[in-house]
Design a protein around this ligand. Structure first.
Ligand SMILES: NC(=O)c1ccc[n+]([C@@H]2O[C@H](COP(=O)([O-])OP(=O)(O)OC[C@H]3O[C@@H](n4cnc5c(N)ncnc54)[C@H](O)[C@@H]3O)[C@@H](O)[C@H]2O)c1
Length: 275
């Protein structure tokens, strides 16, 4: 099958599926919501804390196919309510893309100056929030007798190597890998797959704000520089969404517990030039 056909909306890979995407109001989550819609997902629920943005994304996808729900993933009750209302409204949950995440925008957090208080928020969202989403999605899939449920977490290429700074972020994403490995072992007997997509440097509102670019477009040249796959442009949110789609659909029906790094051959030294 050619790549064109595989990615063509005419070849729909998610027909009848119901999906939740956390952090779906922006960046990687938004691009994934749009791709899931193109691939015929019956219902996509965007869960985020940016209500207006999330509602607008859902509306622009349209056709009643996509809805928005406020959910702060740091609050387990809100995650449980998100999953419950999805099952109530759409009958089942097939796909959870647990993607909401933040970085420490000062890129500080070295060993010697580690600020434990400021790391709490990162762990609350990136790690605690991720566990809550995996737990409640899995409970809904097991309870609902869903066959072939797929849970996908967003990790980071930074979980695959060490940095002298941003230690809190690196730790939070290494924990995601541990969660994915353990959850895949525990949920295999229910036919539920759990995988991770680990992006490299992708220009999104999150990373461009942190790198002090005025817009995502402005950030693209920086992200191209740290990319070893020359001539392909910067890594884009659509590249990450394609990897998520792979895990969400039957193309990966026997793949679980894996971490797919999508980083355009990231040169980690590019990230530490300032040292
Ligand atoms: N962009 C990159 O280069 C990159 C690289 C590696 C990993 N990631 C990961 O990708 C994921 C998405 O990031 P992005 O780059 O698309 O950023 P983004 O800021 O565009 O999107 C993240 C979304 O998460 C939402 N969010 C934040 N806190 C939340 C909370 N408590 N509850 C619910 N939603 C919340 C935000 O409102 C936002 O809409 C994150 O987990 C991030 O760590 C991004």
């Amino acid at each position: 099958m050619t790549e064109k056909l595989a990615n063509s909306p005419n070849h729909k890979k998610l027909e009848s599926k119901v999906a939740i995407i956390t952090g779906g109001a922006s960046g990687i989550g938004e691009a994934t919501a749009r791709l899931f819609a193109e691939h015929g997902a019956r219902a996509i629920v965007i869960a985020d804390i940016q209500d207006i943005l999330g509602q607008n994304v859902a509306k622009s996808i349209g056709n009643g196919q996509c809805t928005y729900m406020h959910c702060d993933v740091t609050c387990e009750d809100q995650v449980e309510a998100l999953v419950e209302s999805t099952v109530k409204n759409f009958g089942q949950l097939n796909i959870m893309f647990s993607n909401a995440g933040i970085i420490n925008e000062t890129f500080s957090q070295t060993v010697l100056d580690f600020d434990l208080n400021s790391s709490d928020r990162i762990f609350a969202i990136n790690t605690r929030g991720m566990v809550a989403c995996v737990k409640h999605a899995a409970r809904a899939m097991v309870g609902g007798g869903v066959i072939g449920g797929s849970i996908i977490c967003t990790g980071s290429v930074l979980a695959s190597f060490a940095l002298p700074q941003s230690i809190d972020y690196v730790m939070s994403k290494k924990a995601v890998l541990g969660l994915v490995e353990c959850a895949s072992k525990g949920l295999g007997k229910y036919g539920i797959r759990v995988n991770c997509v680990s992006p490299g440097g992708v220009p999104t509102p999150l990373t461009c704000r942190a790198s002090k670019f005025d817009s995502v477009e402005e950030g693209e040249s920086f992200f191209m520089e740290i990319n070893r796959l020359k001539g392909c442009g910067a890594l884009r949110v659509e590249n990450i969404a394609n990897a998520v789609l792979f895990f969400a659909c039957n193309d990966s029906e026997l793949v679980t517990g894996q971490n797919l790094v999508v980083d355009a051959g990231l040169d980690p030294h590019g990230l530490t030039k300032a040292d």
